[in-house]
Ligand binder design. Structure first.
Ligand SMILES: *[C@@H]1O[C@H](CO)[C@@H](O)[C@H](O)[C@H]1NC(C)=O
Ligand SMILES: *[C@@H]1O[C@H](CO)[C@@H](O)[C@H](O)[C@H]1NC(C)=O
Ligand SMILES: *[C@@H]1O[C@H](CO)[C@@H](O)[C@H](O)[C@H]1NC(C)=O
Ligand SMILES: *[C@@H]1O[C@H](CO)[C@@H](O)[C@H](O)[C@H]1NC(C)=O
Ligand SMILES: *[C@@H]1O[C@H](CO)[C@@H](O)[C@H](O)[C@H]1NC(C)=O
Ligand SMILES: *[C@@H]1O[C@H](CO)[C@@H](O)[C@H](O)[C@H]1NC(C)=O
Ligand SMILES: *[C@@H]1O[C@H](CO)[C@@H](O)[C@H](O)[C@H]1NC(C)=O
Ligand SMILES: *[C@@H]1O[C@H](CO)[C@@H](O)[C@H](O)[C@H]1NC(C)=O
Length: 483
């Protein structure tokens, strides 16, 4: 299977290359054809610059290389001394936070995409942008520099019904960086107000209310992407999402939304491999980092999380679906006032496996339940009992230290497939001053593995039964759907 993956990604790369080179030759011809037209447009831009009024941001003499290059750089000619800058203001953006600057961003993207090492600049003004897909492939080393504020449309009704999945969708891009001191503001407050009940009530009354809520920033089918320094705030739902991607670095980002905002995940990964997330601060109304099926080789470290629901693998295996998650390292995390700490959640009846997971050096304060495996995950009041489960094995909880408000640990493993090789090492958890629980011993069911002192409360020594669990001779054959 591994070989197959590699093979298919190779084929995919080849296809990408083919599309890319074809597109490039077309683009070159087009560029020559439309050279005159482009010069005209540029001329217009310059005229507008001179006008001055009507655009408070107009000082192009500041810009190191203001005019967008009309011709794409030849693929072999790389000029390292010059990083072409494509400023959104040069493409007709108003930057007043009220006018619709979507067209300007699209135009800047089109132009920058064709030039190697281009920087698309969002300067320190506010730009109202409608939902938009920015598509690659682009020339390598593309930097999207956000120093200003990009604003999503604030009214729920003003979102086109066809674009509710996300606000900014980066698709088919590789070797790309988004960075800067600015922010992406999802202006989600009107969406949060639609509580679950209101939501369905309004939906029934009026067809104009959508049944999904957008993610602020999504990368789809993209490779070698870096997200750093920026702020992503107030998403209607998820803030930063990667799906079907590979090679992701997220560094020094700040993600925030009020604790009361429903379902506002910080970072959400699905079917994505080779990811490093570090030195970032995330406080929202839902998961800090959410790792879903198809994810492997993920390293999350040196993060501050809270408020929210902590770091989660899953929910996996919903509606008897296949889930495969492996090779996850989570270390050096500070969690404050979150619902959970380190958590794995699966639905009953799922197929597949979660394996080789390590949570270490996790500091918790006022966390409801710091350690959790829940194989009975259910988002309703009660869910049907089902046999079969996503198998969980080789999970290490090492140095989980601090205070809890409800229970130190909750390991509820499947009746049909127990959790195996679950190790508890150096766990030191005390009830906080805000303790409101009833069970300081926690709950442990059907988990096997080993424990190693120090363990506090000492009762959790009994949480993991000696042995691998394999002794019960349970068929785990369905795990092989993942390998
Ligand atoms: C130039 O400014 C005037 C008002 O001072 C305004 O009416 C006009 O639309 C502006 N032209 C452009 C191209 O921005
Ligand atoms: C425009 O930029 C130039 C060069 O940086 C600077 O000298 C000038 O003061 C600026 N003008 C305004 C109106 O900001
Ligand atoms: C893009 O590729 C260049 C050259 O291989 C590398 O220096 C740079 O770090 C890459 N950027 C990303 C975001 O992967
Ligand atoms: C991503 O980066 C890795 C390592 O730098 C490189 O081997 C790979 O070819 C890159 N993939 C793409 C699609 O840029
Ligand atoms: C983190 O990002 C902020 C901008 O949001 C920047 O000012 C700061 O220098 C960055 N820190 C590091 C270590 O890169
Ligand atoms: C477990 O995951 C880590 C991190 O991805 C990896 O380095 C290691 O090789 C994996 N171990 C096994 C036995 O697969
Ligand atoms: C599921 O099984 C548990 C334990 O056997 C039982 O307590 C519970 O009532 C069952 N739930 C349903 C919905 O059947
Ligand atoms: C656990 O099992 C191993 C091997 O089966 C045995 O050597 C060890 O003494 C057992 N530990 C406890 C605490 O029962």
């Amino acid at each position: 299977m591994k070989k197959n993956y590699r093979h298919s990604s190779f084929v995919f790369l080849l296809i990408l290359l083919l599309i890319f080179s074809t597109a490039f030759s077309i683009v070159s011809v087009e560029a020559r054809k439309h050279h005159t037209r482009k010069s005209e447009i540029q001329h217009k831009h310059r005229k507008r610059q001179k006008n001055g009024s009507g655009n408070k941001a107009t000082n192009y003499s500041n810009s190191p290389s203001p005019a967008p290059s009309p011709t794409p750089t030849p693929s072999h000619g790389f000029y390292p001394t010059q990083s072409p800058i494509f400023d959104i203001l040069s493409f007709g953006a108003k930057g007043d936070g009220v006018s619709d600057d979507t067209k300007a961003l699209e135009a800047a993207w089109e132009a920058a995409c064709k030039v190697q090492g281009a920087t698309l600049k969002i300067p320190e003004f506010q730009f109202l942008i409608n939902p938009l897909t920015l598509q690659g492939p682009c020339m390598p080393n593309f930097v999207f520099q956000v120093d200003g504020i990009l604003l999503a449309p604030p009214k729920v009704g003003s979102w086109p019904k066809s674009s509710l999945f996300q606000w900014l969708n980066f698709k088919w891009i590789h070797n790309f960086t988004i960075q800067g001191t600015g922010s992406l503001d999802g202006q989600g407050f009107n969406w949060w107000k639609l509580s679950q009940i209101d939501y369905f009530k309004v939906m029934k009354q009026s067809k104009s209310i959508p049944d999904m809520k957008p993610t602020v920033l999504r990368f789809y089918s993209s490779f070698n992407v870096t997200v750093r320094d920026i702020k992503i705030i107030n998403s209607p739902q998820c803030h930063l999402k990667f799906d079907n991607s590979k090679g992701v670095k997220i560094n020094n980002v700040t993600i925030s939304a009020p604790e009361s905002s429903p379902n506002t995940d910080g970072i959400h990964l699905q079917n994505t491999q080779d990811v490093e997330i570090h030195h970032s601060n995330i406080g929202t109304g839902d998961d800090c980092v959410s790792i879903q099926t198809g994810c492997s080789n993920i390293h999350v470290h040196h993060m501050n999380c809270g408020p929210g629901h902590g770091i989660s693998l899953g929910g996996l295996g919903k509606d008897k679906s296949v889930a495969c998650v492996s090779d996850i390292i989570v270390d050096n995390i500070i969690l404050e006032s979150t619902m959970y700490g380190a958590r794995i959640k699966t639905w009953q009846g799922g197929i597949g496996s979660v394996k080789n997971i390590s949570f270490s050096n996790i500091q918790v304060s006022d966390v409801r339940v710091p350690i959790m495996i829940d194989q009975y995950y259910c988002d309703k009041y009660v869910c049907k009992n089902q046999t079969g489960a996503v198998a969980i094995s080789n999970v290490k909880f090492n140095q989980i230290i601090g205070t809890y408000t409800a229970s130190p640990i909750h390991l509820a493993c499947s009746n049909s497939i127990p959790c195996t090789d679950v190790d508890l090492i150096d766990i030191q958890l005390k009830p906080s001053r805000n303790y409101r629980g009833i069970n300081q011993m926690g709950l442990c069911w059907n988990s096997y593995g080993k424990s190693q002192a120090p363990l506090l409360p000492s009762s959790i020594d009994y949480c993991v039964r000696n042995g691998s669990g394999f002794v019960r001779g349970i068929s785990r054959s369905h795990e092989h759907v993942c390998s």
